[in-house]
Design a protein around this ligand. Sequence first.
Ligand code: ADP
Ligand code: SF4
Length: 677
Amino acid sequence: MLSPFSVLFEPVPIGPVVAPNRFYQVPHCNGFGHRMPQSHAAMRAVKAEGGWGVVCTEEVEIHYTTDLSPYVEGRLWDDEDIAPYARIAEAIHQHGALAGIELTYNGHAASNLYSRSPAFGMRSMSLIGGSGYEPGQCRAASKDDLRQIRRWHRAAALRARQAGFDIIYCYAAHGLSLAFHLLSPRNDRSDEYGGSLTNRVRFLRELIEDTKEAVGDRCAVALRFAVDELIGPEGLTHDGEAAEIVSLLAELPDLWDVNIAGWSNDSATSRFEKEGYQEQYIAFVKRLTTRPVVGVGRYTSPEAMVSAIRRGVMDLIGAARPSIADPFLPQKIREHRLEDIRECIGCNICVTGDTRFVPIRCTQNPTMGEEWRRGWHPERIAPRKSDSQILVIGGGPAGLEAARALGQRGYAVVLIEASREWGGRIAHESRLPGLQEWRRVADWRLTQLKKMPHVAMYLSSPTTASDVLETGFRHILIATGATWRRDGVGRHRHIPLTETAQCFTPDDVFAGRLPAGRVVIYDDDHYYLGSVLAEHLVEHGCRVTLVTPAPTIACWTQFTLEQERIYERLLRLGVILIPHHRLASWTPGLLTLTHIITATPTMLPADALLLVTERIPNDDLYHHLLPALHQRQIHTLRRIGDAEAPGIIAQAVFSGHLAAREFDEVIDPDRTPFRRE
Ligand code: ADP
Ligand code: SF4
């Protein structure tokens, strides 16, 4: 029988090479970059093993004057850098995939904090790399400088070929590279690299021609091009100049890799954009070129992928996040194991590897980033070492993942949950505006657990220490989560409020107890929840003011690339935003704030106060069971997830996974449990 998905497994010629199928892992950052090449190679290899036909690196700097530090990207500055890239290409090739490399010269988007050598830019203009506000400017690239940059790019392409790469990129996307800056209508140069569109395209055309001439005999030359900046006529638009650019260069590259700029638009979170959201922008490209086109849009469903191919939107299904959440997505489609696909939830925790300069992590896939340092594999896990039976208490992300991974190892597990539904915080939070896809964290685990006859699961089973001891289980994992504080204590306040009448917490909202009237949300948590609750309360008729001690609203969401969209949404909803203020006192009807720096007081009339500050771990059960552990009535007792240390969902999943991997292992607390490079 012909599979409805067989089109996805057709080979696609790309210039002189052939992609074995249509699954294309587009370039994505990972926090390893040049600093941790072994971790990087192992992570890319797992994608290739999982069936991605093409696996690419992230941005790779071609020269020390385009040093992207503090971000940790790739580096191919000179011949010394070839060896680690050869390892990456080899790791990808081992599994039959093509290896792609995204070469880049970033102009004023490179802050050169490490090399201390000013970048060459379109003109001498303010740096936008680093913090976004690095003091200083790049130097204007003369025509000679542009010629020199072309030489550097050519040399890097030759190095990439020597390292074994099959697809070599010219990069003009995300608003980040000099080639893109020169394309821009904002390019005001008066020489033949500015002014008319033909002039503005010149550098990119030369870059592609040079690269083809240098390596085109053996390597495909891809162009990564952002067809819309979503800033209207000030930038490139898909129905304006971007279409003309595609026409001008149509057959020149061997592959068009198209998306939208900037990165926050390209990697929009599921709170703001759904699967396939880029189609409306990129669909025109295939009409203007016969070269294969790859596009992205957080595709996780094979039906949507097939449809994008059949409708002629793209030839190759590009993916960064879906390949991070499930490196084995292609193989699962091939084997018709669709229910096993671990779908990306679009939260962008993976992006924070890059934006926080640490190894990549993923909410859905706790093995992401751990391939080399812990030897973890997304599909394989060590079999059980004993006949031990384990009781897991709490069915949130930590408990579900621990039970699933223990079950995968073959242990007999009983998972119990106090409430009437699985998912813990996921069940509640995924009902809030925009967060529906987060349900996938619970759904995927439940699907897997239901296939395991040796895992028993019980809802509506609030459990006490004496219940636990009665069960006779000797191994207990406590995944009982955490409870939001009602007393205002948090980062910026250490003394509890004396008055808590009309004080609400997120847990109240989850339980359907909503404040009414004029509500102040006090956000000392700084991630998404305060802003999502603001939306939720506006939907329920409240007049909402969001107060935070931080200098900006939802401060940490800058790292998940969501902050601007959050601002836009809240401002459109009429939410009043008050940053830089700390909670001073509360009596129902009146809130007093003080400015975080000057201590100037402000009075705010308010009917209710919703406190999003800190959580208290629900670890009573753990403490009640400790004596039984000491008396050897039980053999192991471990807290995981928010019950151990309240954190993001990714951390709870990781913690559950770690506990499952470490079960029956002797853990030496004096030994670092992972390799370093
Ligand atoms: P985490 O993010 O660490 O997984 P959650 O708060 O999402 O934490 O999930 C914890 C789950 O544990 C909740 O669904 C909660 O109902 C459940 N739970 C808490 N205490 C008990 C208990 N004593 N017995 C059984 N289940 C419990
Ligand atoms: Fe998807 Fe979130 Fe994983 Fe990134 S961290 S791949 S957005 S689930």
